[in-house]
Design a protein around this ligand. Structure first.
Ligand code: NAP
Length: 281
């Protein structure tokens, strides 16, 4: 039951009906008994500026921002955190007590927090990482790995120019690898990440021979429908430790929930199951 003092947040996207965030934040709101709500906000591109500027006037605590607004929203914010500036995208808005809107990017945090939760003791600084992909998710993950001290990041993307632009923009120890040479790039690495949409339900699988991948390497997929992608199944079958994409989705939401609703939420098996059921529905 909401009171007149309820804290309100939501997710701005176009379309937004597929988003799992209402389920995720709704679970936490119920679990912690918080007087608050989190709602889907379908906002067309031409309405984005007006909606963002209205958030403080409507008393919103903040909002998530998803496709196609993650980059364009930056122009309408009062503050953009340095990491979000670097990544060039924002997924979380926080309305301050003064009505000013700050933008953050929490995808990279979510990725690393999910790895840390699933593989205690794993350190980004301990070895070479291979990241497959060159889109927004890859950008956030590569930046997070750079900041966590990865000594080398081998970046492979189908469209080489996109990977090159990403590497030039972020700087850091990135080695560009041609798409056709991706299987060879796995030699000696300690982390392999699929940051493409390949392997998602309705998409072709990521076609990648794992023979050169050390058995000690961790394999992470950011796709979470299905939870066990073909990549993760093949990696697990040969003895590699695997991390699914749902953990990243759940962990990236933690800083936003804490800022809006004043409670540090926990990622639990019960939460994972609830969101997974919605994802598969
Ligand atoms: N788990 C999470 O929390 C989380 C967070 C963010 C995103 N995601 C998921 O991550 C995926 C990527 O998101 P994004 O925002 O980075 O999307 P994006 O900016 O559209 O990038 C898509 C990436 O997939 C590659 N790709 C797509 N089809 C391909 C194909 N047939 N062959 C080779 N490469 C292909 C693209 O390569 P080109 O550059 O060559 O087109 C690009 O690297 C999506 O499935 C998204 O749902 C998950």
């Amino acid at each position: 039951m909401l009171s007149g003092r309820a804290r309100i947040a939501g997710i701005i996207g176009w379309p937004v009906a597929h988003s799992l965030s209402p389920r995720l934040h709704g679970f936490w709101l119920r679990h912690y008994g918080i007087d608050g709500a989190y709602i889907p906000l379908p906002v067309a591109p031409q309405d984005l500026e007006a909606v963002v500027k209205a958030l403080p006037k409507l008393g919103f605590a903040g909002a998530n921002v998803t496709i196609p607004h993650k980059e364009t929203v930056i122009a309408y914010l009062d503050h953009v955190a340095p990491l979000a500036q670097k990544v060039g995208a924002v997924n979380t808005l926080i309305v301050g007590p003064d009505g000013q809107i700050s933008g953050l990017s929490t995808d990279g945090f979510g990725f690393l927090a999910s790895l840390a939760a699933s593989q205690p003791g794993w350190l980004a600084s301990a070895g070479v990482a291979v990241v497959i992909g060159g889109g927004g998710a890859a950008r956030a993950i590569v930046q997070a790995l750079i900041e966590a001290g990865a000594p080398e990041i081998r970046l492979v993307n189908r469209t080489a120019a996109r990977a090159r632009a990403l590497a030039e923009h972020l700087g850091g120890p990135i080695t560009l690898i041609d798409w056709r040479d991706r299987a060879g790039a796995l030699e000696g690495v300690s982390l392999l990440v699929n940051a493409t949409s390949l392997g998602m339900r309705g998409e072709p699988p990521l076609n990648l021979a794992l023979d050169a991948l050390p058995r000690e390497a961790v394999v992470a997929d950011i796709v979470y429908v299905p939870l066990l992608t073909e990549l993760l199944a093949s990696a697990a079958a040969r003895g590699n430790r695997v991390v699914d994409g749902l953990g990243m989705l759940l962990h990236q939401a933690r800083p936003a929930f804490a800022a809006w609703f004043g409670t540090e939420p926990e990622v639990t098996a019960e939460l994972k199951l609830s969101v997974l059921q919605a994802a598969q529905g």
